[in-house]
Write a protein that binds this ligand. Sequence first.
Ligand code: NBP
Length: 475
Amino acid sequence: AAANIGVVGLAVMGANLSRNLASREGNTVAVFNRSPQRTEALVAAHPEAGFVPAFSYAEFAASLQKPRTAIIMVQAGAATDATIDALVEVFEPGDIIVDGGNAYFPDTIRRERAVRATGINFVGAGISGGEEGALNGPSIMPGGSDEAWRTLGPILRSIAAVAEGEPCVTHVGHDGAGHFVKMVHNGIEYADMQLIAEAYDLIRRGTGKSPAEIADIFAEWNRGELESYLIEITAEVLRQNDAATGEPLVDVILDQAGAKGTGAWTVQTALALGVPVSGIAEATFARSLSSHPEQRAAAAELPGPARAIAVDDEAAFIEDVRQALYASKIVAYSQGFDEIRAGAAEYGWTIDLGAIARIWRAGCIIRAQFLNRIADAYAADADLALLMGAPYFADALARGQEAWRRVVVHATAAGIPAPAFSSSLAYYDGLRAERLPAALVQGQRDFFGAHTYRRIDREGAFHTLWSGDRSEIPA
Ligand code: NBP
């Protein structure tokens, strides 16, 4: 057996991950793909990698040193199950199967349990950063057992992105913890993207600036506290002109956003856990709204402000939008980290939230300076109840909240939809409210369903005899 690590599934992600592994000192990489052409093509294109090709699962297993370690990079879903079944047939107790695809975490929990029963280790590992990350260093979020991590840790550390000298990988927690955290990463990515898109739209419609001019604004923002990969690529997209028409590319792209489902998983999971991830939810719904042309056509004649409301002080407005973006971003991350905390409690994982912030600083799509501030907040208080309540973020929100309100007021008055900006502000105001109308909701629930309520001045549950004499009784 010649190889210390193997990869199954050699489409773009698997091929790039294999090359990344092969480029690291000490690794010899066995490669296998269901269709042999992909294996042949990869090996022929990269003689420098010294790949050990295999053309059957048995040959693949025979080419791996024990404990055998294989990373699966095939389509999520049935293909992953089929590949796991085939590997379980040829692997032995103590070997390690890693699923590096975008699995839904309940599937990972199920698979881990089934594979563990054979004595083989199963690790669900979220891998972020797309093709480029797979090749040059992704952010990796592995779950699975401590035993598997002992073998796998050094290998994953060697291929991960590096942020300030630290590899962007940590043992997130047991069984499905890694894929859970990867899911929330993607949900936060949806929110970040929608917030940036709303900022662009507000500036464009509020000031009439061209996409190229707005690209310059984003490039400027990228030198400050908003510094991030997504802001950087936004400037690039806005600066791009379409070769065919000469128009800004953003003006010829159909305005219907697609989705592969990880945003929806994040929101569904949050609903089940009772965690209000309103920023992520609005971002996911904004994509859905955009993709219903028939409904948009039916609504096109509904009245709104007669004409766009221009701003008088452009520079001040742009600075307001920047602050609103930053404040809304703090809310989105605070909500995402809440979901991870709630998931850890529900599924029995011990997740170091500061470590999650640190492994997202490079290699992944939401990489940003900002994550250092999150890591700092959890370093100061690992049990922080509310990320946006940590001193650094509380200060930023205090500085930005007036600008944030002005932007939401402007958007509303001008008829410019800013769902993520405005729902994030509503969340902020909801949490900080001294009294919420939840009290009235409890009264309504007691009226029609005798669901009872608690009082502010006495212990216990109470019910008002709504259809009787309306006196109150202990429940
Ligand atoms: P794809 O998701 O397009 O999957 C293609 C691979 O799956 C091929 O190797 C194909 O083999 C294999 N496969 C299929 Br389909 N059915 C199979 C089966 N029944 N048994 C064995 N192999 C089977 O590849 P990708 O875009 O490289 O992504 C790989 C994984 O990484 C996915 O889970 C994806 O969600 C995840 N991911 C992708 C990105 C990204 O940016 N693309 C980022 C992060 C994570 P064949 O060659 O024989 O058809």
